[in-house]
Design a protein around this ligand. Structure first.
Ligand code: ATR
Length: 279
């Protein structure tokens, strides 16, 4: 039977997910479809019910329903429960189960480009403490790292991430000013705020004056791909990691949850890059 997948969110007209999952199906020789279900909050319950009745194999959930979807599910993966947000739903043994592949997708994409980022002596700085940072921080807690510090404009929001912390990894909550001063000590810096996103492409969340060349700087913003922050990091000789990789790897993990098959990403990553650059 053909694979039946989809996406719930609002707005989703410009989502790249149908293109990505169609590429996966094509590469793996799987017959199926990935449909968009744009829904307002009032109709969310009915839309979920419809998908369940249609017995779809699974679906993604995006903004603004990653939390609102939870009451409609039978089970939650442990990390999705801790994170408090779901982006992937699958029917397992007749039960609808929610996962969160965003943070794990990010970490997989980072390690695929920079295999050495994990290690007991490695220090990571996360900029931002919103939904995206929450998933990434949780996924980082499953790595072998010395510390994962968090810098956010609102420190009370950064403190909320501490409920995801594992004892073996240290975390300090920093102001952006403190982070700027200590930047030299990090092996990886992960920018998770919306600062620098189109149309405000000249914005940069922190200055990189104290950046070292051995550091990997990652920005989850992918419109534009080359943010102001990444431009400056590159000028300083640091390695950079683009945001579209996270988009693709969270989709790869979701597809694995639905089908147990791992889609090859090499040519898709390149094609996605071309699309985002407008070629
Ligand atoms: P997402 O799900 O994309 O992470 P979010 O949950 O709304 O979105 O989180 C947005 C993040 O970007 C937060 O860390 C937010 O900082 P605050 O917690 O202080 O609000 C950060 N952010 C958004 N605009 C910002 C700006 N202009 N300067 C600094 N941080 C900003």
């Amino acid at each position: 039977m053909a694979l039946s997948l989809g996406l719930i969110g609002q707005p989703i007209g410009h989502s790249l997910s149908p293109w990505i999952h169609n590429q996966f199906m094509e590469k793996l020789g799987i017959d199926g479809e990935y449909r968009l279900h744009e829904t307002d909050l009032e109709h969310l319950a009915a839309q979920v019910e419809l998908l369940k009745n249609e017995q779809v194999d699974g679906f993604n959930v995006t903004v603004p329903y990653k939390q609102a979807i939870i009451p409609f599910l039978d089970e939650l993966d442990l990390d999705a429960k801790k994170i408090g947000a779901v982006n992937t739903v699958v029917c397992e043994n007749g039960k609808w189960k929610g996962y969160n592949t965003d943070g794990y997708g990010f970490v997989r994409s980072l390690k695929s480009s920079f295999p050495d980022v994990s290690g007991k002596d490695k220090k990571v700085l996360v900029l931002g403490a919103g939904g995206a940072a929450r998933g990434i921080y949780r996924a980082l807690m499953n790595e072998s790292l010395e510390r994962v510090d968090i810098a956010n404009r609102t420190s009370a929001k950064a403190e909320l991430l501490l409920d995801l912390k594992e004892p073996a990894i240290a975390t300090d909550i920093l102001t952006f000013g403190e982070a700027e001063q200590q930047l030299f000590k990090y092996d990886v810096i992960i920018q998770t705020t919306s600062v620098g996103m189109k149309p405000n492409i000249e914005a940069q969340v922190i200055a990189l004056t104290n950046l070292q060349a051995h550091t990997v700087v990652s920005d989850i913003v992918y419109q534009p791909l080359m943010t102001k922050l990444l431009q400056e990091a590159k000028q300083q000789g640091a390695s950079i990691h683009f945001g579209h990789a996270m988009l693709l790897y969270q989709a790869q993990l979701a597809f694995e949850i639905w089908t147990d098959k791992k889609a090859p990403l090499d040519t898709i990553l390149f094609q996605l890059e071309q699309r985002l650059r407008g070629n």
